[in-house]
Design a binder for this molecule. Structure first.
Ligand code: MLT
Length: 264
């Protein structure tokens, strides 16, 4: 399905439409809604699941970057407006989590609960910012695919390398538009520090992290959980940074249990 929001054509998948609660799932980098295929299939018997391709990703239009986390959050609110959805549960993985923090800061009244997967509140360090610039230069020179493929070994649990999970992740990452990747890298490089945001979160929050996530490790997730009032943490076994794709059964079970706890 497509929707035109803030003058950008966005692709999204939706399953479970018409149910009382909606779950908006925001993918990470360099990914698209296909990160959430197993959540669209596995959670939509209990909740309306919406998984868009962010601007510059997947089948969505590629506007001029950089894409700030705030612009991305505003695009998602415009999508909710188009779908006539008021308050939703916002779930984001990694860059999707950075966007979820911006969403909370700007549109808290639209958030019923938060799911923060394999993400962090800290901004980029100066070293990380330099790496973003180097990545942009590499993509400008070689296109997006070699860079995306070089990321893969760091993203997955070692058990999942050389499996269909790795092939799936590689296919998603290798098909992202180069200009969209550049816009996202520049937006992440300059993103705000979300640590002061954590104490302001007063909706039910679930933090999830793959047990062997080396990009946003479980210690980071633990610290983030303790800084959010009342938040709970679920560790996803046999998963690295792409936990919903690597171990969908455990990921979905943790989300279902959270949804059960927060009720209708
Ligand atoms: C992601 O998975 O979205 C990225 O690893 C986030 C980042 O590069 O900071």
């Amino acid at each position: 399905m497509y929707a035109r929001v803030n003058n950008v054509r966005l692709f999204y998948r939706r399953r479970g439409e018409g149910q009382a609660d909606s779950l908006l799932l925001v993918h990470g980098f360099p990914l698209d809604h296909r990160l959430w295929s197993a959540q669209l299939a596995g959670l939509s018997s209990g909740i309306d699941v919406i998984a868009p391709d962010l601007p510059g990703c997947g089948r969505s239009e590629v506007p001029r970057g950089p894409y700030t986390m705030e612009q991305q959050a505003d695009s998602l609110v415009a999508l909710l407006d188009t779908l006539r959805l008021d308050r939703v549960i916002v779930g984001g993985l990694s860059m999707g989590g950075y966007i979820a923090f911006a969403f909370w800061r700007r549109h808290a009244q639209r958030v019923r609960a938060l799911i923060l997967a394999d993400t962090r509140a800290e901004p980029d360090s100066p070293v990380a910012q330099t790496r973003r610039d180097e990545a942009v230069a590499r993509i400008q020179e070689q296109g997006g695919e070699p860079y995306a493929r070089s990321m893969l070994p760091n993203l997955l649990d070692s058990h999942n390398l050389e499996t269909p999970v790795a092939a799936r992740a590689s296919a998603i990452m290798g098909s992202q538009p180069a200009q969209g990747m550049i816009g996202a890298l520049q937006g992440m490089r300059d993103r705000a520090d979300s640590r002061p945001t954590l104490a302001t979160i007063d909706v039910p929050t679930l933090v999830l992290v793959g047990e062997s996530d080396s990009i946003t490790p479980s210690d980071t997730a633990r610290e983030m959980t303790s800084a959010i009032p009342g938040a709970s943490l679920a560790i996803v076994p046999r998963a690295g940074h792409l936990s919903p794709l690597e171990n969908p059964r455990a990921f979905n079970a943790a989300v279902r249990s959270f949804l059960g706890r927060i009720g209708r």
